[in-house]
Design a protein. Structure first.
Length: 106
C-alpha cells in the first residue's frame, strides 16, 4: 500500500484532487475523495444519516484495505460530529470551512 499511496497522491495532485479531506461542493454537499488499492478515486458523500455514500459510477467494485476502511470510518465520524454541531446550533447556511473553525473553538 505504501507505494500505491505515493503513486495515488501524485496522480491526484496532477488531477487537482485532494484525497481524504472533508470538503463542500458548490451546492453544499459534504464529501471527500478516497483512493482504493487499484489507485481509482471515488467521491464519498456524508448526509447526516450515519452513512457514507460511495459513488461507484463506471466501476464494478472498490478494493479497500483495512487502513482505508478505518480512515473512511474516521471521515464519517468527523462529518457526523460537524453536521450535528451545525444543526444543533442552527448554522444551516454556514459553509464547512467556517463550521470547522467554530467547532474547533468548542
Amino acid at each position: 500500500m505504501t507505494e500505491n499511496i505515493k503513486i495515488g497522491d501524485e496522480i491526484a495532485r496532477h488531477q487537482g484532487v485532494t484525497l481524504w479531506k472533508l470538503e463542500e461542493n458548490e451546492v453544499g454537499d459534504w464529501y471527500c475523495v478516497i483512493e482504493d488499492e487499484e489507485i481509482d478515486f471515488f467521491d464519498v458523500y456524508f448526509n447526516n444519516d450515519g452513512c457514507a455514500t460511495i459513488i461507484t459510477e463506471g466501476f464494478n467494485n472498490i478494493v479497500l484495505d483495512v487502513n482505508a476502511i478505518k480512515k473512511l470510518g474516521r471521515m464519517l465520524k468527523l462529518a457526523e460530529r460537524l453536521l450535528k454541531f451545525k444543526y444543533d446550533n442552527n448554522l444551516d447556511d454556514t459553509p464547512l470551512y467556517e463550521l470547522k473553525k467554530l467547532y474547533s473553538k468548542t
